[in-house]
Design a protein. Sequence first.
Length: 313
Amino acid sequence: MSWKTLKAWIEVQKIPRHSNDIFSCVLGAVLAWYYAGVFHWGIFLCALAAVYFIANGIYLTNEAQDYEGDRLNEGRIGGRGGMGLTTTGGTRVLVRGRLKREHVQLVGMLFFAIAVPLGLIIQFVFHAPPWTIPIGVVGMFVTYSYSNPPVKASYRGLGETCMMVGYALLVFAAYYMQAGPSWFPLLIALPRILTVPALKIIREFPDRSADEASGKRTLVVIFGQARMAWVYSVLIVLALIAFIPTVLVTRSLFAVLNVIPAVYFVRSILPIVRGQWHKRAALEQACSAGFIGLLLTPVTLALTFLLAGLFSF
């Protein structure tokens, strides 16, 4: 394998964005340690590996399924360049012919398959709670169905909901595998759960023309940018309010860490509520700031509960 081909395989995995998934898993495990007082390193490490493989599965298969839209997408943030942390659209690895579409789809499916034995180890070797495998199966199905047939949720106006459910399941599963069922992780993870579909919506704005031309019916394509700008704003406001339970539960100075993603969300929402979403510069600010806030949210939430559990004032 040449260096150019290897580099293409690395790029198509969107590795920097794996923090989005890894820290959601970390958050669930930290909440189990904080609230229920249990933590199993074997379960935690296997879960992290499984999350990484499943995320790779959806990133690769989504890249293959979205080829036509990516080929047409000249209005995305990031333009004709490659994949940056806050770039919308795909990596353009397939569009540039650096890898074959069918190869990327196949490898993506293999990553899904690799996650299966890890789930079996968590359930039968480490004796996780009895619903671990069923929850994992549902999570994999939701993740796979985002862009793959027969569901192809992102092509039927269900992609945003699919992502919201998927990330809610991820935090819940990470908690459940350690401590059993509880509503606590879902309550604390509400800022995470609400901002996932919100950022998906706003990042669809620059991709709307290409999505519509390729038959991808996102909510922005279906309902239009003006209406979805209000939906985005409402979801972000609710997410900001949803940080309050963390403050009330921990009663810790460490909760101030969550001001960091909150500031990015405020920076993201301001041009939208001002009606400037149709201006390129304002939209880029909204998308970039919001996505950084999205990535930081599980990090600051996890750090809040970890540090609050280790230190008290």
